[in-house]
Design a protein around this ligand. Structure first.
Ligand code: ADP
Ligand code: MG
Length: 614
């Protein structure tokens, strides 16, 4: 056995560096946080070779007094807290006094600083090189603020150096750190350069438009174009920011920024609330994108549970969860065709400035505003009885009768006279029995009629189930279906729950059931297939559970059957009724599986296709 001895200060720092300094990105995080803590509103980040060769961060913050310079690099030396009280009310990003000591124990570090109150040309420099912090201080030239230069990271710890990945990977992580902080502080300008190339140049952003511009620069213009801006306040909580439309989902959870009182957070409770809010509208396995800011009284949240792990502890987690869920759920439900249209119209105004290469956010044009404020035209219920819309069979089975054609032409002529065009416009034709084509003020609207109708039916059934209950109607001729014994068992056990969903099913023999009533809204569906699918769903969920727990899924299955099928001829009034319904329905922009239900081809886009006006 060896004898016990105190670690040298250097070795102790290197051990600590193992926790704080994992890779170039962590150095950048610590240094940037120091700059922000010092009150800087301008930071410049220069990086070479993914940060392994050089990281230089220059700020215009409060600087460091000459007398404190030596201490700044020592372990457990901080200006940010002095006692336990301070520890419980931390307003700064750092407070452990470990970062600089750790970084300089594994790199060649130079710090030049001029304090705010120092005389002109009295800046000072300290240097350290992976050794004990007995550093010489020498005069230097520097405007107010601090520059920290970290060279040759891990030059003296080859084992750690081996864990570094390619230059590109290291830079990507480092860039992510800059992005996170840039989105947390719109009032600070950030300039990031890699190998002398400018990567992000973000000006301070004050107005909403400037903020949105920064978000577009950091997250890409497509995100902003496909996101809704929200700002919701309730019970002392405020949530604002940008959330993507469900149709702009991603295969990875890589565009998700969530800040609690200005700090980036990754927290289970928050992810769960967000996921739930998107549950109904997102294609399975896809991830939403968002930049969100939650603001609440600091005393209601403990942000320093894990300073580097980005976790928080809320005093009332349930309240926060419910608030987030409701706010997002509502924001997504409120997206209507005219909002999406407004966004698309807006998009046509924006673009990449060919000179600077920067994205210029568009300004909402008059058309967008007009659509948003326009009153919707309501249709008289043309051939639109009960809930089984768009389902009237054409007179001769396939085509239309002469009278019907005349009716359509009249209806269209009547509408065309009107100069107030609703957001999704008026139907002009049906394509291959799948798509409805409509004309609105911007151009051509193409609707996937099954997907759209499915969403409408589903939302109606959900609303009915929650409110007055689903209206059911008895079948004139009860339908008997031969099923397996297990299915019959299931139908028998779940009879009450199914009845609440509007399905009246009775078991008549060990392998036979009879359907006596169905929801009015599904009256024209293929009842046998509907019942088989619902029973399959119920069995899959385990028949011991109460149906109410997965009611939405069952309603989704039912809605699919109740929806207009492909290859069904619709009359113009029926198509128009569908368009009006879409305008009225929550979440109608995507079907139950998260696919879009309609798209717009603007006249400008069509002109481009035909190279008009170029
Ligand atoms: P901490 O941030 O936890 O206090 P650090 O090791 O990161 O510990 O920094 C030590 C001290 O050095 C800070 O408390 C601060 O007083 C000073 N300091 C570091 N960076 C800067 C900077 N960019 N501007 C002004 N002061 C700084
Ligand atoms: Mg620090």
């Amino acid at each position: 056995m060896k004898r016990i001895a105190l670690l040298s200060q250097r070795l102790a720092n290197q051990i600590a560096a193992g926790e704080v300094v994992e890779r170039p990105a962590s150095v950048v995080k610590e240094l940037l946080e120091n700059s922000l803590d010092a009150g800087a509103d301008r930071v410049e980040i220069d990086v070479e070779q993914g940060g392994t060769k050089l990281i230089r961060i220059r700020d215009n913050g409060g600087g460091i007094d000459k007398d404190d310079l030596g201490l700044a690099l020592s372990r457990h030396a901080t200006s940010k807290i002095a006692n336990l009280d301070d520890l419980e009310n931390i307003a700064s990003l750092g407070f452990r006094g470990e970062a600089l000591a750790s970084i300089c124990s594994v790199s060649r570090l130079e710090l030049v600083s001029r304090a705010a109150d120092a005389a002109q040309d009295s800046a000072w420099r300290v240097q350290a090189e992976g050794q004990e912090m007995q550093t010489a201080i020498s005069p230097a030239a520097h405007p107010q603020g601090t520059t920290v230069e970290v060279r040759d990271l891990f030059f003296n710890t080859p084992a750690r150096r081996k864990f570094l990945r390619t230059e590109k990977t290291e830079f990507d992580r480092l860039e992510e750190v800059v992005k996170r902080l840039a989105l947390s502080r719109f009032d600070v300008s950030f300039h990031l350069r890699h190998n002398q190339r400018s990567i992000h140049h973000l000006q301070t952003a004050r107005s909403d438009q400037e903020k949105q511009r920064r978000v577009a620069l950091v997250c890409g213009p497509a995100f902003v174009e496909n996101a809704v801006r929200i700002d919701i306040e309730a019970s002392g909580l405020r949530l604002w920011g940008w959330v993507s439309l469900p149709t702009f989902s991603r295969s990875q959870a890589d565009l998700q920024y969530f800040y609690v009182n200005g700090r980036i957070i990754r927290d289970k409770l928050i992810s769960h609330a967000v996921k739930q809010a998107y549950q109904d509208v997102l294609f399975h396995g896809r991830h939403p994108a968002f930049v969100l800011y939650l603001e609440l009284q600091p005393s209601l949240v403990d942000v320093n549970v894990h300073p580097t792990k980005h976790e928080v502890r809320f005093r009332d987690g349930r309240l926060v969860h419910d608030f987030l869920f409701r706010a997002l759920h509502k924001a997504l439900a409120d997206v209507r065709p005219e909002d999406k249209l407004a966004m698309q119209t807006v998009r046509d105004g924006g673009g990449v400035d060919p000179e600077t290469g920067e994205y210029v956010p568009p300004v909402a044009g008059p058309t967008a505003g007009e659509f948003a404020g326009q009153e919707r035209i309501r249709f008289a219920p043309v051939s639109y009885g009960g809930g089984s819309a768009y389902s009237r069979p054409p007179a001769d089975g396939n085509g239309f009768s002469a009278a019907q054609v005349a009716e359509q032409i009249n209806a269209y002529a009547e509408l065309a006279k009107d100069d107030e065009v609703p957001p999704l416009g008026y139907a002009i034709a049906q394509l291959h029995g799948i798509y409805v084509l409509a004309q609105n003020r911007n151009g051509l609207v193409i609707v996937d009629m099954h997907a759209a109708h499915e969403r409408i039916t589903y939302e109606r059934m959900k609303a009915a189930a929650q409110n007055e209950g689903i209206r059911a109607q008895p079948l004139l001729v009860p339908l008997s279906i031969a099923v397996s014994q297990a299915e019959a068992d299931c139908a028998e056990q779940q009879a009450q729950g199914l009845l609440e969903l509007g399905l009246g099913i009775e078991r008549v023999a060990s392998e036979s059931i009879v359907v006596r009533q169905v929801p009015v809204i599904l009256a024209s569906a293929d009842i046998e297939q509907l019942v088989r699918d619902v029973l399959a769903d119920v069995r899959e969920h385990g028949s011991s559970e109460r149906i109410r727990n997965y009611q939405d899924e069952l309603l989704g299955t039912m809605a699919c059957h109740g929806s207009v099928r492909a290859n069904r001829q619709l009359t113009i009034p029926e198509m128009n009724a569908l368009l009006r319904d879409m305008e009225q329905t929550e979440r109608s922009g995507q079907c139950n599986h998260g696919r879009p239900t309609w798209v717009l081809q603007s006249i400008e886009q069509l002109d481009k296709l035909f190279l008009r006006g170029q």
